[in-house]
Design a protein around this ligand. Sequence first.
Ligand code: NDP
Length: 295
Amino acid sequence: MSAIRIDGNAVAAGVRSSVAAGVAGLPGAPTLAVVLVGDDAASEVYVRNKVRSTEEAGMRSVHHRLPASASQSEVEGLIAALNADPEVDGILLQLPLPEGLDADAAIERIDPAKDVDGLTEMSAGRLSLGKPGLRPCTPVGSVILAKHALGPDLSGKHVVVIGRSILVGKPAALLFLAENCTVTIAHSRTADLPALCRTADILVPAVGRAEMVRSDWVKPGAAVIDVGINRVPAPEKGEGKTRLVGDAHFESCAEVAGFITPVPGGVGPMTIACLLRNTVLAACARRGWAVPPQL
Ligand code: NDP
């Protein structure tokens, strides 16, 4: 392996401790409200981690649970109550919602001032207009990791983002554009994707296809920021066992890249760290507090 492995756990720990230091200097503790609908096992783990990390950073978290049988109006009613609660700075609606519920409509009910996931139309619009606002967490984490590898000034770098989802691909592309990168967004209809990827100084696969990006897709010395999280069979660990891999084939890409994020331990840990950061930013904007210099 010639590439430098970007340690997302370490970078995320740095962001979390900056958040904690920033929170310690605020006049009060920001509050994150987490809404979990139903009993999806993976979502329960994510929510537990978010609640724990919020409290470790010195903030308050309130956890609201609704049963899988909750109606759309019950979910939206809870969001409306949280919007109206002056103590709540950020609202996180854990996705996916149980079948039958309309996640887009529920997200749209979140007050944009409390939209710490950056998913409302207002937040997305402000991002695309280049206006200040709350940005989606995973894309922000991807930019932070790229800066960690290449330095704070990414101007002029050619970024190829593979994926154009509302959650990851599009906002990642817009955030790199805001860093003065030259950005290409690739997707399932892109012609000769390997050749396009080979022109990238920063390659950001956000597809959800295990180890799709091979070493001959990577320009020598490029930074690979792998957003993909894919569970694949791992018979070597025992019958029925699985392991997580990214959208890039780590071992072979690491032979060519200059920098590469592993999966797990790359972009993943940045998501919660950036959620905490957004909660502080939302609290400061709402309450008229100065943003802590650490952020
Ligand atoms: P989506 O399924 O919403 O989007 C996938 C995108 O990949 C689409 O734009 C699709 O193109 C494109 N795509 C699919 N197949 C190909 C192909 N063969 N070649 C080129 N492009 C292709 O996924 P998400 O954006 O929600 O998530 C992407 C990945 O990121 C997943 O692995 C997910 O688990 C992971 N993820 C990781 C997070 C983290 O914290 N690290 C957080 C969120 C997601 P088209 O639009 O043309 O269909």
